[in-house]
Each structure stands twice: as C-alpha cells, then as structure tokens.
Write a protein that binds this ligand. Structure first.
Ligand code: NAD
Length: 256
C-alpha cells in the first residue's frame, strides 16, 4: 500500500529521527514545522522518497487546514498523522503561582488543540480509505515529576496537556476504530537528541548533580535517543500493528 504521512514538529529532535525512519520505509511525507529554515533543512536531508514541507504554526486552525490541504494535494490522501509538535512554552515556571493564563492556554493549544485539529482534518480521508494511523505525543510528565523543574519550562501546564493527550488517544481510538483507524500515544521519558537540539541543550546546561539526579530515575541507565522513539513510531504506524489501538506506550527506559 502507498503510504503518506504528515509529521508535525518535523524539524525537531524526535521529528528528524522519525522522518528518516518513515522515508526509509517508503512513506511520502509532509513535514510541518513553524521553523522555516529548520524544516527546509530537514527536508533537504531526506532522499529517495517524496518529501514536502509546510511552514505552519500548529496552534493556528488556519495553518493546520493549509498544511493538511497541502498534504492531500501532494499525495492524494493522508493515511498517517504523527503529532510530534509540542512543548512546555517559552517561560520557566516554578509553581502554580508563576503560570499566567496566556502561558496556560498556549501550552494547551500547542500540545492538545493542535492534535485535535490535525486529527479532525485528516479524518475524512482516512475514513474513506478505511485505513489510518495516528500517533500522539504525551510525556512521562503526564504522571507528575518530583523535585524542582528541570528540562520542561511550564511544567504544571505541560503535565496537564500531556495527560489530556492520553485521554484524547483513548477516546478517539474507540470512536474511529470501526473505520480501520488506530490511534496511539507515545509516552517518552528524557529523550536527548543530537547536540544543539532543544531538550539536549537544556539538559547539558544543568549542573552535574542535577543531571545525575535525573538519570537516576532510569533503570536502563541512560536517557533515551530520538532513534529510540522513532523506532516505536515506525512500528505503531506499520500495517502489522493494526490490532494495537488506544495505548499509551512508554518509551522511557523503565522510568514509569
Ligand atoms: N525530548 C524529550 O525529552 C521529550 C520527553 C517527553 C515528551 N516529549 C515530546 O516529544 C515531542 C518532540 O520533542 P522534541 O524533543 O523533538 O522537541 P523539539 O523542541 O526538538 O522539537 C519540537 C519541534 O516542534 C516545532 N514547534 C514548536 N512549536 C510549534 C508550533 N506552534 N507550530 C509548529 N511547530 C512547532 C519546533 O520548531 C521544533 O522543530 C514534543 O511533543 C515533546 O513535548 C519530548
């Protein structure tokens, strides 16, 4: 079967590893990211498959529609949606008293509403095809984290949004399963991408004792890599994973 995917946050650490895997598996891919230079560079690194890019802000309903329309125009249909774009917002917050409503709403829009909007926009095409794969991105933070905030800026808002994505995944999987569409969610632990990537930069800037404290929580003895996550995504979007739906899969070195 010909496959075509939309990947949001495609220019980030996990996004780049994911598009490399999908390209090797023969997917046509629409890369979506708000960072225009980075998404063009990411697209340029992929060879041997049809790759397009769209500069879009996933918090904007108009941009989401434009990105999905562009993907459908490029590939005819979209059967795979990977909602990677997300994060804790621009401001480091320590506790509930530091979080203003703008930050709260931004973190919900970036993680939750974007996933809802993209899923809604691709649904008619997947239903018509009788086949679809949707992957959402939660976090171990959905279950809370002890101690001072570390690599995640707006931690309370982020934890809330990432927990909401587990619920969205569970319900949507039950709603659309009859149409041959699976919906699953990855729950990453600490994932350190290549040097220069966002989370890696924040981790590297922490004092040694803070880094050690974070890594102590990982029985496998290391942080995860972007490739660890991309491998799980590749499996869940495969045709062979068609009886797995509604799960929240930790990729976290046994942290949870
Ligand atoms: N890296 C980790 O340790 C970790 C752990 C748990 C969960 N996650 C989740 O995994 C996902 C990817 O993480 P990552 O480490 O690759 O992050 P990253 O910051 O490296 O990549 C995120 C990408 O999303 C893009 N983006 C951000 N806001 C956007 C917007 N409004 N519109 C369009 N694009 C936007 C950025 O430009 C960037 O390219 C995120 O949802 C994150 O919350 C990451």
């Amino acid at each position: 079967m010909e496959r075509a995917a939309i990947v949001t946050g495609a220019a980030g650490a996990i996004g780049r590893a994911t598009i490399a895997r999908l390209a090797a598996a023969g997917f046509g891919i629409m890369l979506v990211d708000r960072d225009g230079d980075a998404v063009k560079e990411a697209a340029g690194g992929i060879a041997g498959t049809a790759v397009h890019s769209c500069v879009a802000d996933v918090t904007s309903p108009g941009d989401v529609k434009r990105a999905v329309d562009q993907a459908i125009a490029s590939f005819g249909t979209v059967d795979t949606l990977i909602n990677i774009a997300g994060g804790g917002g621009p401001k480091k917050t320590l506790g509930i008293e530091d979080i203003d409503l703008d930050l709260w709403n931004h973190v919900m829009a970036l993680n939750v509403t974007s996933t809802f909007l993209f899923s809604q926009a691709v649904m008619a095409g997947m239903t018509k095809k009788g086949f679809g794969r949707i992957i959402n991105f939660s976090s171990i933070l959905a279950f809370g984290e002890k101690g001072p905030p570390t690599t995640v800026p707006g931690r309370l808002a982020y934890a809330t949004a990432k927990a909401a994505l587990i619920g969205l995944t569970a319900q949507l999987a039950k709603d659309v399963g009859k149409n041959g569409i699976t919906v699953n969610c990855i729950v990453p632990g600490l994932i350190l991408g290549q040097p220069g990537t966002r989370v890696r930069g924040r981790f590297d800037a922490l004092p040694d004792h803070e880094q050690a404290r974070m890594l102590e929580g990982y029985p496998l003895g290391r942080a995860g890599s972007s490739e660890d996550v991309a491998a799980a995504v590749e499996f869940l979007v495969s045709e062979g994973a068609g009886y797995i739906s509604g799960v929240a899969l930790p990729v976290d070195g046994a942290y949870l």
